[in-house]
Design a protein around this ligand. Structure first.
Ligand code: CA
Length: 429
């Protein structure tokens, strides 16, 4: 086992123990504070953000690291240093936070400067997201969507069990958790309507996904094996691929990868590293038929991460949990998705992201979208405040949470949330 993952490690940051951000987690993000608006890199520890730039300025990190590498505004430059540096930096941060290591613990001035209360931190997009590809890799989700939109055909298209299906999404509208999301406008057409109409989306939905952050660039025309792809992933964050189902149903079935998806995708502020998730590797579902050789996995490449979605209507005191599922259900792993993408000739850059695709489980309470949970609006959900939902209403906040748990240690992803704002209005349309 990697020593930083040892469940017996404890930190002198007391709030870390038993939280989603123990010393074994150390997820990376970009933050600023009211008094210091520089966007700099930090890791979560308990109810604090550890300012890694401040540690470097204090001379507590490896002197070989490029100066101010943590103050460039995104994690791209640090991630670009490569896997051995990710690992050695994680080991050093783990050491500095260890309960028996006095360097930072017993330096009250530096400790106050470097440990920012989470309430005082404003989080920003953690990586540049120059490219964003979204996959469609949950067998349960693809089957449910097939049943709804193509009821007379086999639910899975013939290629689905052979190819990790995906499309190129809009990187320009990937936003950090907490950013409000405006209801999109578009064309839609009810099945029996004679002609399409234009207006605000009426079937606004979320998609529960995980985003993998690319940590190793893959030049155009080069290839990656599945094992190489696995090692090219820096980490994962929660990800909401917001979707306009009525726009989607009119423009293209079943993926609808154009206007139904362009208006927003939200990424959690904290990237949990692949290294922190090593103890949570599990085998995915059996792949039958066997994938072609270039897609065969040399080991367990799915991740056991418990996921939950809640909706909080405007003014409601409590969010209502509407689904619980697990990332481990995915038919195609991130490594297979990335290997498939790269082998077609696609260049992958540091800070690009790969959306897993909606993560649906096998039971009715484990589905990763309202489309499935309400079966395209035919089975409404009742929330804790008594209100009823088929799709999202203006003022709703959608909240994703995720954690991987084992041996008394919880590796949390924080939240990925966004409030729905009303659609833009113009006269004359
Ligand atoms: Ca999606």
């Amino acid at each position: 086992m990697n020593p930083t993952n040892d469940p017996s490690l404890t930190s002198w940051v007391k709030s870390a123990q038993g939280s989603d951000f123990p010393i074994q987690n150390l997820p990376w993000g970009i933050f600023s504070t009211e008094g210091d608006e520089r966007r700099r890199a930090g890791v979560r520890i308990g109810d604090r953000v550890l300012d890694v730039d401040a540690l470097q300025e204090a001379g507590l990190l490896d002197a070989a690291l490029p100066r101010r590498i943590f103050a460039t505004g995104t994690l791209d430059a640090f991630i670009g240093l490569g896997r051995p540096i990710w690992s050695s930096t994680r080991a050093r941060l783990s050491e500095l936070l260890h309960e028996e290591v006095a360097i930072l613990r017993d330096d009250p001035v530096l400790r106050t400067r470097a440990l920012v209360p989470i309430e005082a931190a404003v989080t920003h997009l953690p990586v540049s997201v120059g490219g964003y590809t979204d996959f469609y890799s949950s067998r349960e989700h693809a089957t449910n969507v097939g049943r709804m939109f193509r009821p007379d055909d086999e639910p899975l298209l013939p290629n689905w069990l052979a190819i990790p299906i995906g499309y190129n999404g809009r990187a320009s509208t990937v936003v950090v958790s907490g950013t409000p999301v405006r209801r999109p406008l578009g064309q839609m057409k009810a099945p029996n309507a004679p002609a399409p109409s234009f207006g605000p989306c009426r079937k606004l939905d979320f998609e529960l996904e995980m985003a993998a952050v690319i940590g190793v660039a893959n030049p155009m025309g080069s290839v990656m094996t599945v094992a190489e792809a696995d090692r090219a992933i820096f980490g994962w964050a929660l990800f909401d691929d917001w979707s306009a189902r009525d726009i989607q149903a009119w423009e293209y079935v079943p993926l609808g990868p154009f206007q139904a998806k362009v208006f927003a995708s939200s990424i959690g502020a904290w990237i949990v590293t692949a290294e922190a998730l090593e103890p949570f590797r599990v085998d995915g579902p059996a792949q039958d038929p066997a994938p072609l050789p270039y897609l065969v996995q040399p080991g367990a490449m799915n991740l056991d991460v418990e996921l939950e979605v809640a909706i909080r209507p405007k003014g409601a005191s409590e969010p209502t949990v509407i689904t619980r599922t697990n990332f481990a259900h995915m038919y195609w792993s991130t490594a297979q998705q990335l290997a498939h993408h790269a082998i077609g000739g696609c260049a992958m850059n540091i800070g690009d992201i790969i959306g897993s695709g909606t993560i649906s489980g096998p039971t009715p309470d484990s589905l990763g979208s309202l489309l499935e949970l309400t079966w395209n609006g035919t089975r409404p959900l009742t929330l804790a405040d008594g209100s009823v939902r088929t799709f999202l209403e203006d003022g709703d906040t959608v909240i994703f949470t995720g954690r991987a748990r084992r041996d008394g240690v919880s590796i949390g992803f924080g939240v990925c949330e966004g409030e729905v704002l009303s659609a833009p209005v113009r006269d004359g349309w």
